[in-house]
Design a protein around this ligand. Structure first.
Ligand code: KG4
Ligand code: ZN
Length: 337
């Protein structure tokens, strides 16, 4: 079975073809980062328009790369939510039209579920059950995963997502959008001993997160100590350390609480190498294993959408041709639109 995947939920147009026998056949990605960077953040209307421009050429590109025709595909999967309404509509409209023309099903996929399953595309995929830490620009979630479609949210951010906090503190420090990778680079120059930022919500029970206080803490530190390059690097270091340490503490708690021994880490922030090192150490201490997508599939991509659509088809999900999107959609909840 061959499934075309279309991702347009935010600022990346990602298209891919997954084959049940051979794995990922081809994938293509266009990032809108340069376009939005001028404005310091995502401009939703520009995002939608750019998806319109890029989705068909990328679709043609993945077919050529895989040496396939449209008629060789068995289904189309698209991101139905959560995400930006206009951006989601582009992918949903293209996917359902394509499915109609080719007489194949169109499957709407949950974007965070797709992040969660992205490590399944790697050579040593995790077995169920596992704990998933999903850290992206829009969400921070700890999920207990029993099987495909069986998700229990153990904890989530009560305010900013981890990636969002990286982006906002990046902006405070004068870094280009998106702040995450730029801040991680600046942190390498920071003095580890200069500042220690708080670890929010670690002293109370539970697995929820809160990152917006760290943003205020960063801003106040900048005002108090000045905005010379070294101070900025020291703040970047302390901020990153606090976020990662908080994520580590909550992952440890989730593993101990559930007695599970597999941890999946996915979403844009899982590309952070310091986070990876810290969670590797945690896994070692807890006699657990940690699984990531390859770096290019940590952030948004079409491969994870194609794969998730494939897994849902295996479970007997029937696609239909209604253009359905859910800009707000909790993982594990069957969509009702
Ligand atoms: O998963 P993703 O591509 O999009 C959403 O679904 O939101 O995640 C993007 C987020 C951005 O906030 C970006 O700053 C963050 O992931 N990010 C990072 C790194 N690379 C991307 N944050 C910290 N360190 C990184 N190396
Ligand atoms: Zn994402």
């Amino acid at each position: 079975m061959r499934v075309l995947g279309i991702e347009t939920s935010c600022d990346e147009t990602g298209i891919a073809i997954y084959d049940s026998e051979c794995g990922l056949l081809s994938h293509a990605l266009h990032s809108q980062i340069a376009m939005h960077a001028v404005y310091g953040g995502i401009v939703p209307e520009l995002a939608s328009r750019d998806h319109v421009r890029k989705v068909i050429p990328l679709l043609e590109e993945v077919l050529v790369k895989a040496n396939l025709n449209k008629t060789d595909l068995d289904a189309v999967a698209y991101t139905a939510g959560p995400g930006l309404v206009g951006a989601l509509l582009v992918g949903a409209a293209v996917a359902t039209s394509f499915a109609f023309a080719c007489k194949i099903p169109a499957i709407g996929v949950h974007h965070m579920e797709a992040h969660l399953l992205a490590p399944m595309l790697e050579e040593n995929p995790p077995e169920f059950p596992f704990i998933a830490l999903l850290v992206s620009g829009g969400h921070t979630l700890l999920v207990q995963v029993e099987d495909i479609g069986k998700y229990q949210i153990l904890g989530e951010s009560v305010d900013d997502a981890a990636g969002e906090a990286f982006d906002k503190v990046g902006k405070i420090l004068g870094l280009p959008y998106p702040g995450g990778p730029a801040l991680a680079n600046l942190a390498k120059l920071g003095n580890p001993k200069r500042f220690r930022f708080p670890r929010p919500m670690v002293n109370r029970p539970g697995l929820d997160f809160s990152f917006s206080g760290l943003k205020t803490f960063s801003l106040n530190t900048l005002h108090e100590f000045g905005d010379d390059p070294q101070t900025k690097a020291d703040i970047a270091y302390a901020f990153q350390e606090a976020v990662i340490d908080t994520l580590r503490i909550k992952c440890k708690r989730a593993l101990q609480q559930t007695q599970l021994t597999r941890l999946v880490v996915a979403g844009g922030v899982s590309a952070n190498l310091v986070l990876r090192t810290q969670l590797q150490k945690l896994a070692h201490d807890e006699r657990a294993s940690v699984y990531y997508p390859r770096l290019e599939f940590c952030t948004d991509n079409g491969a994870m959408i194609a794969y998730t659509g494939y897994r849902h088809l295996l479970l007997g999900q029937k696609g239909d041709l209604a253009i359905k999107i859910l800009p707000r959609w909790e993982i594990g909840v069957t969509k009702k639109c």
